[in-house]
Ligand binder design. Structure first.
Ligand code: AMP
Ligand code: FE
Ligand code: FE
Ligand code: ZN
Length: 283
């Protein structure tokens, strides 16, 4: 039996592993396929693809887009995307610009609260185009301004704390369309964490292809619940660990092993969508 992990992060968003370290971990766990799904970026995909090819692991280029529907934050996973797609690159550049401005705004708010952090310290540490709160938290610890990441979140960065700044999101249907324009398959990430099943029918209408039934934070009952929903709406089934490396204790990679048959169905969906339309010959 071969398995895949379709939800993984690296240093190119809020994970701690480099692409090469992540692939080494995937190899250690015996995965035959893996996807990289960094938030609002595809920056790590090229290095991950090279490392996977050396490790004889099938690589699926992916991303995890920050979206919203009816006031709920949702994450849309894109798989088998063309990481050179113009539309995709333009949109992730917009995300990244807003994320970088958000860092500056968080730092401004910290400074107003007499916490002398500099935005450049965050960018220097993050070394990626898609920085977020974890990088601010790490910079606060590195500068000796907080004693732990938890303290940084509790005192400053959590929702409604002094340095919290809301995140930019696109609509769920725009996220689904963007994944499709990049030739990919669009999947609703960890629905068990967002708990807004009422938005699923609208997303299916908008072209949602699949749902992440298996996730580290889904109980068996939650996975069963979403398998039933997948069945009802004829959605493809995916799963992944959502490993962010070592930032939150033990790395999660290995906690979800998706049977390979699901990858074949995802690929078939992507190929079906990208097949050129054949115009019937006129006589
Ligand atoms: P952002 O996308 O910039 O809003 O940051 C979200 C990231 O911050 C996610 O990876 C979360 O897991 C992480 N995060 C949220 N709350 C905490 C916390 N209390 N301690 C450590 N990380 C957290
Ligand atoms: Fe994350
Ligand atoms: Fe997510
Ligand atoms: Zn994730």
């Amino acid at each position: 039996m071969s398995y895949a992990d379709l939800h993984l992060h690296t240093q190119f968003s809020d994970g701690t592993y480099s692409p090469e370290e992540l692939v080494r971990q995937a190899e250690r766990h015996g995965f035959s396929a893996m996807a990289l799904t960094d938030h609002d970026t595809v920056e790590g995909c090229a290095r991950c693809a090279t490392a996977c090819s050396e490790a004889k692991i099938e690589f699926i280029p992916g991303t995890e887009l920050t979206a919203e529907q009816d006031g709920n934050e949702l994450h849309i996973l894109g798989y088998f995307i063309d990481t050179q797609s113009r539309e995709l690159l333009v949109e992730v550049a917009r995300f990244q610009n807003v994320r970088q401005n958000r860092i500056r705004e968080m730092v401004d708010r910290l400074n107003q609260h007499h916490v002398p952090l500099e935005a450049d310290a965050v960018f220097e540490l993050a070394k990626c185009r898609s920085p977020g709160r974890p990088h601010v938290a790490r910079a606060l610890v590195q500068a000796g301004l907080c004693s732990s990441l938890d303290e940084a979140f509790e005192r400053f960065l959590k929702k409604n704390r002094p340095a919290w700044v809301p995140k930019f999101k696109i609509s769920a249907s725009d996220a689904i369309n963007l994944v499709h324009k990049a030739g990919g398959v669009a999947v609703l990430a960890h629905p068990g964490l967002n708990r807004c099943d009422e938005v699923i029918p609208g997303m299916v209408e908008a072209g949602l292809d699949g749902i992440e039934c298996f996730h580290t934070k889904h109980s068996n009952a939650t996975s069963e619940h979403y398998l039933n929903i997948a069945n009802r709406f004829r959605l493809l089934i995916t799963g992944g660990s959502d490993c962010h490396g070592t930032s939150k204790g033990r790395p999660l990679i290995g906690s979800v092993k998706l049977p390979y048959q699901h990858i074949e169905k995802l690929r078939a969906r992507a190929q079906q969508r990208n097949r050129p339309v054949t115009v019937p010959a006129t006589s």
